[in-house]
Design a protein around this ligand. Structure first.
Ligand SMILES: *[C@@H]1O[C@H](CO)[C@@H](O)[C@H](O)[C@H]1NC(C)=O
Ligand SMILES: *[C@@H]1O[C@H](CO)[C@@H](O)[C@H](O)[C@H]1NC(C)=O
Ligand SMILES: *[C@@H]1O[C@H](CO)[C@@H](O)[C@H](O)[C@H]1NC(C)=O
Ligand SMILES: *[C@@H]1O[C@H](CO)[C@@H](O)[C@H](O)[C@H]1NC(C)=O
Length: 285
């Protein structure tokens, strides 16, 4: 086997994006766009964070500034006031009451709020990711800890505020042959053992043939690639993926609102709703 640094020189951009070039810290990268073409079969770098200050940098929103190297393992693609790492209690993700009068008609809100969205600056392709998360138990609010690829593959952990004793697993792997999007087709619902409003450790263990979801070390679901066959095509996530952490307002459209047991009742909900990600750990095969 070739030494790692040699592989990294030959596919430098992929390695930089994956954070492989650093030792004891994230790579100093000029680019946050991982190359989707990897000449290696899988890529994973062990990683862990408790979200001390500096672990999340801010994407220069609404500006033409070139994204410079930050050295941070995470980047916020929502505004600066949508998250907090300063308090030392992990990463707090905020969803705030929208400005203006929110009206609810026919099961949806007329205004939907923008919550925090945080990407990792590294990618992984196969490995185990554990999120230690506490989510708001407010109907219509969804807290998500997912793996997502540029090709739109997703492997999801979703905490639906209106269903606090359960959590949801899902995958999405669109193919060009699909005649319709397969949202929800591969979803699963599982007992938390408590509620999503307390800290629990949710894990996604992903290899080329199977995904296993667990909570606090207890396996709740395994999905093998062969079980994702639809009309003769496998729909199994295979592309290098970022970690993405977010909180979002699922108050519209109607299908989304019904799924999330929304819409959010802003007359009774707090003006600032928050989820906390206490840690993220990546373990490699
Ligand atoms: C950091 O996170 C890990 C994994 O969840 C946890 O075991 C450890 O206690 C945390 N350390 C601190 C200082 O909070
Ligand atoms: C964040 O992830 C999304 C989903 O993969 C991607 O479309 C977006 O370009 C990413 N942004 C950054 C700055 O990493
Ligand atoms: C699978 O085939 C059926 C019958 O042709 C079609 O109605 C359906 O949309 C197809 N599904 C996808 C995801 O392409
Ligand atoms: C994938 O993970 C499953 C469950 O741990 C294991 O049985 C299987 O051998 C793994 N496959 C590969 C290709 O590593």
């Amino acid at each position: 086997m070739l030494p790692l640094y040699f592989i990294c020189v030959t596919i430098y951009l992929t390695c930089v994006a994956a954070g492989i070039t650093g030792t004891g810290g994230p790579a100093k990268s000029k680019s946050f766009t991982p190359k989707s073409k990897s000449t290696r079969h899988g890529q994973c770098n062990p990683f862990s964070t408790n979200f001390t200050a500096g672990s999340v940098s801010q994407h220069p929103l609404n500006s033409y500034t070139t994204l410079q190297s930050t050295g941070s393992p995470f980047i916020a693609i929502s505004p600066r006031n949508s998250y907090d790492t300063a308090s030392g209690g992990g990463l707090t993700l905020y969803l705030r009451k929208p400005k203006g009068e929110v009206e609810t008609h026919d099961g949806v809100n007329n205004i939907v709020s923008d919550g925090a969205t945080i990407n990792s600056t590294f990618v992984l392709q196969y490995g185990k990711v554990t999120f230690d998360v506490k989510a708001p138990t407010i109907a219509g609010v969804v807290t998500a800890a997912i793996l997502i690829a540029d090709q739109h593959d997703e492997i999801d952990v979703e905490l639906v505020g209106g269903d606090p004793h359960r959590w949801q697993s899902n995958i999405y792997a669109p193919k060009s042959s699909d005649k319709q999007p397969l949202w929800g087709v591969f979803g699963g619902v599982h007992a938390v053992g408590g509620t999503i409003g307390e800290f629990h450790k949710y894990s996604i263990e992903w290899n080329e043939s199977e995904i296993t979801w667990s909570v606090d070390g207890r396996v709740v679901r395994s999905l093998s690639a062969s079980k994702t066959m639809i009309n003769g095509t496998i729909h199994f996530p295979t592309h290098p993926s970022r970690i993405q952490l977010g909180i979002w307002d699922a108050s519209s459209p109607i299908g989304t609102s019904e799924w999330a047991k929304g819409p959010i009742d802003w007359k009774n909900a707090p003006e600032t709703i928050s989820a906390v990600v206490r840690s993220v750990v990546v373990e490699c095969p």
